[in-house]
Design a protein. Structure first.
Length: 122
């Protein structure tokens, strides 16, 4: 299920392609995407599984241009079945909008690196 509102005035002003972002991203990655939420200044993408293609797409596609990885955060929830969630915080310098990509990771699973896409991940 995808949750979003296309009535957010901040996004309409600073990110004119906002509607296209949500619709296009939903269409291309519908199988990997759990849902999308939007708060005042960022878009949150919740994935079902980690996909390296999504990061390449967000960085290289002309609508998005998320060229900077600013943070990598790990959330540890001991009580949940999928214990770890990795949050990648990306910034579009063109639109000055953040996107947070939430990726659940099972406890003993290795994760591919995003260093070939974002050098700041080292």
């Amino acid at each position: 299920m995808i949750y979003f509102s296309l009535k957010n005035n901040y996004f309409k002003k600073s990110f004119p392609e906002f509607t296209n972002f949500v619709i296009y991203f939903k269409k291309v990655f519908s199988t990997d995407l759990k849902y999308i939420t939007i708060n005042n200044f960022s878009i949150n993408l919740y994935l079902k599984i980690f996909q390296l293609d999504i990061f390449f797409f967000l960085k290289k596609h002309h609508l998005f241009q998320y060229k900077q990885l600013s943070d990598i955060i790990v959330i540890d929830s001991i009580s949940k079945l999928t214990r770890f969630v990795i949050v990648y915080s990306l910034v579009s310098l063109k639109y000055n909008i953040r996107v947070n990509v939430y990726c659940p990771v099972p406890e003993l699973q290795n994760l591919p690196t995003v260093t070939k896409i974002y050098a700041s991940a080292q």
